[in-house]
Design a binder for this molecule. Sequence first.
Ligand code: 5GP
Length: 205
Amino acid sequence: MNEGILVVVSGFSGAGKGTLMKRLMDKYDNYALSISATTRSPRQGELDGREYFFRTREEFEGLIQGEQLIEYAEYVGNYYGTPKAYVQEQLKAGKDVILEIEIQGALKVKEKFPDTLLLFVTPPSGQELKNRLETRGTEDPKAIENRLRRAGEEAKGIDGYDYVLVNDDLETCVNVMHHVIQSEHYRIQRNPVFIQNIIRELQSL
Ligand code: 5GP
């Protein structure tokens, strides 16, 4: 069986990544969503082992030292990292594994595993991002300003990604994401064994 593809999804805060991931998982069963470890506190409604593995700083540093993380980054004062074991297991089982992580971690994963597919999710425009952050109502004007400034910084890193996905209509964006990932399976470089075999077979006919 073919191994799955490692896929990183990043995007501006307010781009709707969470909803997008949830819909992708509900709609298709060939994906596995990696659950990260973090030192930040759970938000209301979040469960340990579902949204994140919530860990103390000491525990998290133990994971780093034990080389149990594929990557980790510090984001707004907290550690976030991707546990290695689950990702490896699921890829071997043929699942396409999705890491929903920020940009520094994304670029580290790409460096370590150049085959990784990097997707960047964005709202249709900067103004729309501002509107969404304002109507979400969870942030005060200062925090919104910070998030917009950070989005401006992150935008400079988009060049390192493979595809940009515009999240205007959720269903459309989920379908495009699914098709982009599935198309990757047919890339020549991802099918060396099949190609070698057919060349060898043709030579022996
Ligand atoms: P939040 O605290 O809002 O859940 O997440 C903050 C940021 O951390 C988001 O951009 C999210 O994508 C990112 N993030 C979540 N898990 C990981 C991880 O394992 N590694 C890295 N590098 N970033 C992560």
